[in-house]
Design a protein around this ligand. Sequence first.
Ligand code: BGP
Length: 468
Amino acid sequence: MTNSNFMAFPDGFLWGSSTSGPQSEGIIEGDGKGDSNWDFWYRTSPELFHHQIGPERTSTFYENYQNDLKLLKETGHKVFRTSIQWSRLIPTGRGEINFKAVEFYRNVFKEVNVLGIKLIVNLYHFDLPYCLQEIGGWENKEIVFAYEAYAKECFRLFGDLVDTWITFNEPIVPVEAGYLGKFHYPAKVDARAAVQVAYNTQLASSLAVKACHQNNASHRISIVLNLTPAYPRSQSHEDIKAARIAELFQTKSFLDPSVLGEYPKELVEILSEYGLTPDYTEEELVIIKENTVDFLGVNYYQPLRVQAPQKNKEFDMVTPDIFFEHYDMPGKKMNPHRGWEIYEKGLYDIGINLRDHYNNIEWLVTENGMGVEGEEKFRENGYIIDDYRIEFIKGHLIELHRAIAEGTNCKGYLLWTFIDCWSWLNAYKNRYGLIELNLTTEERIIKKSGYWFKELSEQNGFLNTKES
Ligand code: BGP
């Protein structure tokens, strides 16, 4: 049957998008920016980056922010999330401030406020100042205190313009991609280092929460986590156990300390059993306990499907493969343009999990979106007709709507992303924007989804014509 329902969202629901400093600003001569780990990696290994496009050529927001921000209105934004680049504000990571960066960020934040759009500012989106990488990066506890000092500077310099902050975006990603895989710098495989990096990042996040509240008790601060329930291949004891452990590593390792103030007991036991307990002190655990987040940001792209590891497999070092393997589920619905599974119900499951196990904490979808390689093939009469993206968003919103109706405390939906942006090793391979960026002319052209998104925001919902 056809179910023509208008999916109305709660009053004041925030519609918008997220981007980040390193993925949108670009670098220009004389801007005073220091190197981040990405700038350094690109300079030394450009061949790793798609079409050898590096972070200096990102979407030129640094120069074009005034015009770009006008497009926020044209695409119906009620909220906008971006990040400060630590290496732009404090080029050597510690000490001297770059006043050109202060001026730039203050101008951007002022402009967003003038437009009447809610601003959320993230302090860290995978981008460590390279000087700090040279002394061990997040493996070294000194970086925790350098980050705390940086966060305090941000609250002091921008606290009159920004009242909603994020400590880190997807902190598990640099752990996995930089210390268990080779997609982020320093691209090494070392489980002990991975655990220490994860712990140090959590401690830094908790210290930033504390500093934010000390600076202004009415300001709110969160962490953005890429949450997804881990779905087991089968209901066998082994697969269920594998899914439980995958969830411990990939979601609960930051979710529990950030929201509940404590690490899950089973995770602590596993780490101890494998000799991976990080260096920590009781005082640090008290900081984590006492400084939980005010709300949560959730990024969701694709589900995590797992199976028990094959029996009798030999491992010469501890890696997550000892505990679980990825499961390639036959017949799954795919985004063929990115090679990622589409599973809309994941968003519903996240909402219900937060409702039932995390004190029904207030949360926002801070990223969800559909990456498309070769998107120019969908251009008609000069602009991109991305009906697939509209369908993708609608499918997820139906599940989010259902979770809200059942009591989850979700206050907004931020798409990834505003204008097509640079994405790490993938550079500009996958386009996600409501607005197309022409890399040669730097022209910005609103896609069909951009106009649709404006309508969605103005009507605070959409007509669901999906078969049910
Ligand atoms: C998220 C990151 C974003 C962005 C996005 C798309 O995990 O927070 O920074 O990069 O993924 O990634 P990709 O371009 O690799 O598809």
